[in-house]
Design a protein around this ligand. Structure first.
Ligand code: FES
Length: 138
C-alpha cells in the first residue's frame, strides 16, 4: 500500500498537534459500561470519508480516534501511536491513519504499521451502526 503524508507544518509535527479535533458538539457522545454511543446526526465531522473525531475525557480509559474510512464505513482506534504515544489522524484519500509527529508512523485500518518507527499494531475497536447511532465497544 502506498503511503500518503498528511500535510502538516513542521511546528504542528514538532509539537504533536493532530489535525483531528474533538467533536464540535461535545454532547454528541456518551460513554457508559465500556460502550461509546455517538449520535451521528450531531457529528458532521464523520459525514465525509477520510475524516474523523477524537474522543477524550468523560472517564474514557484511553483516547479514541473514530473515522469515516475511505471505504465508507466507520473505524475506531486507540488514539496512541505505538512509537511514542502521540495522537493519530486519518489520511484523506488513503486507507490509513498517521501519527501527528515528525516521524509520521502510518497504519492501515487494521492497525498494522506500514511506515515509520512504530513496529506494533494500534488497537482497533469494534464499531456498529444502530439506527442513527454509532456504537464503539471498548
Ligand atoms: S510518536 Fe508516532 S511516530 Fe513517533
Amino acid at each position: 500500500m502506498d503511503v500518503t503524508f498528511l500535510k502538516r507544518s513542521v511546528f504542528q509535527r514538532l509539537f504533536g498537534r493532530p489535525a483531528t479535533l474533538e467533536p464540535a458538539d461535545e454532547r454528541c457522545w456518551t460513554y457508559v459500561d465500556n460502550r461509546i454511543e455517538i449520535d451521528l446526526s450531531r457529528v458532521p465531522e464523520l459525514a465525509e470519508k477520510g475524516h474523523g473525531i477524537r474522543l477524550e475525557g468523560k472517564n474514557l480509559p484511553q483516547r479514541i480516534l473514530v473515522i469515516r474510512g475511505e471505504d465508507g464505513t466507520y473505524h475506531a482506534f486507540e488514539n496512541r501511536c505505538q512509537h511514542m504515544g502521540r495522537r493519530l489522524d486519518p489520511v484523506p484519500g488513503s486507507e490509513t491513519i498517521q501519527c501527528c509527529s515528525v516521524s509520521k508512523s502510518t497504519y492501515d485500518y487494521n492497525g498494522n504499521p506500514l511506515f515509520g518507527p512504530a513496529k506494533k499494531t494500534v488497537a482497533t475497536l469494534d464499531t456498529k451502526v444502530d439506527g442513527g447511532r454509532l456504537i464503539v465497544t471498548l
